[in-house]
Design a protein around this ligand. Structure first.
Ligand SMILES: Cc1ncc(COP(=O)(O)O)c(C=O)c1O
Length: 405
């Protein structure tokens, strides 16, 4: 079959593939524990459900403006003022079908073929493929000090004449690390000075623990006028546990938003009206579900960190936010794909190989699920990996016998 050169460079989403594999095994009756998930398990806010149900009952579900409904844009403006202290106008915002689409459209608006997009590793699995979809070149930056937190030197070392944009995600998927305020300040100032686009993927900004706060990029931008190259991406997927509603957005200069809206208008048109209705209600409604989720995730994080302590030689930095931790399992196996497959085959625990996030030897473990799953999942992993484990493990009435060393 003849397919485009760009399409040939695009790999499948490792995380979506794992979800599929887990669903197939579950359907077969296998007692799978999914520590690879990327979505909170709590229900969507009641306000969102009620609003969407009312609209659905009306039977009037139509096309929406390509940049989002006026109510959606008003909600985004309100959100931006409340969380970032910045007043923007409808010309500064575009609603999309998820933060993913907002990022993709932003990249299509700014990247030419051969341009380079810099982002720190570990990175969200979609960033490299999104750059490639634009014909551009992804430039992942692995922190030199062996941590999951980049320094300005790490970034500047990779900036060259082809660099067009920098993409930052803090708190970070997969490490859960919050980049220091000083780094955000410097990267905002640096990109402004150099005339580089800076995309801040803040999708996890309100899922932060231990009283910490996500740095606000607008605190450090000197010029937020029509020529500003700062793009802030956000959405309802994570904080409001509304992943399936597919509503995200971008806040940027009116000039850039206009270009992005043109692109989106030919790709998907405006996001589904029903789902925008739900997102508006979530943003404008009672906010307790976000805080409840945050507290629950912090508790889950603590449980997972305690359990991980029992592994000899596994290194992990305590996550400041999100619902992931990124653990260095290289003392057991350096090939993360092999290790992840081993854990799925032997003890039916789904993990995501670190190599998918640009760092080999690591596994991403999610703590967005039930405490029982976190506990049992880590215990099964320990049994599979620790050579001193007993020979047998019971999963329900299934007996597993170690036939490996
Ligand atoms: C870092 C990061 N950015 C963006 C997204 C996409 O969010 P959405 O579901 O709103 O498209 C995700 C989802 O996993 C993510 O982890």
């Amino acid at each position: 079959m003849s397919i485009s050169q760009i399409a040939r460079t695009i790999g499948e989403s490792a995380t979506l593939k794992l979800n599929e594999q887990a669903a197939i095994l579950r359907a077969k009756g296998d007692p799978v524990i999914h520590l690879g998930g990327g979505e909170p398990k709590s229900k969507a806010p009641v306000d969102a459900i009620v609003a969407a149900a009312a609209m659905l009952n009306s039977g009037e579900i139509r096309y929406t403006p390509a940049d989002g409904t006026p109510a959606m844009k008003a909600a985004i403006i309100r959100y931006t003022e409340e969380h970032y202290g910045r007043k923007v106008t409808p010309r500064h915002v575009m609603a999309s079908s998820g933060a993913k689409q907002a990022i993709m459209v932003a990249l299509q608006a700014i990247l030419d073929p051969q341009d380079e997009l810099i982002f720190p590793a570990p990175y969200w699995v979609s960033y490299p493929e999104m750059a490639k979809l634009c014909g551009a070149v992804p430039v992942p930056v692995v922190p030199e000090d062996g941590t999951c937190v980049p320094t300005m030197e790490d970034i500047t070392r990779h900036v060259g004449s082809y660099t067009k944009a920098v993409l930052i995600n803090s708190p970070n998927n997969p490490s859960g690390q919050l980049y220091p305020e000083s780094f955000i300040k410097e990267i905002v100032e640096y990109c402004e000075d150099k005339g580089l686009y800076l995309i801040m993927d803040d999708i996890y900004h309100n899922l932060v623990f231990d009283g910490k706060k996500t740095a606000n990029c607008y605190d450090y931008a000197k010029d937020l006028g029509d020529k500003s190259k700062l793009i802030l991406v956000n959405g309802v997927s994570k904080g409001y546990a509304m992943t399936g509603f597919r509503i995200g957005w971008a806040v940027a200069s009116p000039e850039l938003i206009e270009v992005m809206v043109n692109i989106q208008s030919h790709q998907t048109s405006g996001p589904a009206g029903l789902l925008q209705k739900a997102a508006v209600a979530a943003i404008n409604g009672v906010q307790s579900s976000v805080e409840n989720l945050r507290v629950q995730l912090q508790n889950n994080r603590d449980i997972m960190m305690n359990l991980l302590d029992s592994f000899d030689g596994v290194k992990v930095a305590k996550p400041d936010g999100t619902f992931y931790c990124f653990c260095d399992f290289s003392c057991y196996e350096k090939d993360s794909t092999k290790l992840s497959k081993f854990l799925l085959d032997k003890v039916q625990v789904v993990t995501v190989p670190g190599v998918e996030f640009g760092m080999e030897g690591y596994l991403r473990l999610s703590y967005c699920g039930a405490v029982k799953d976190i506990t049992e999942g880590i215990e099964r992993m320990k049994w599979a990996l620790d050579p001193n484990s007993p020979n047998e493990l019971y999963i329900g009435d299934r007996k597993l016998v170690r036939d490996w060393t």
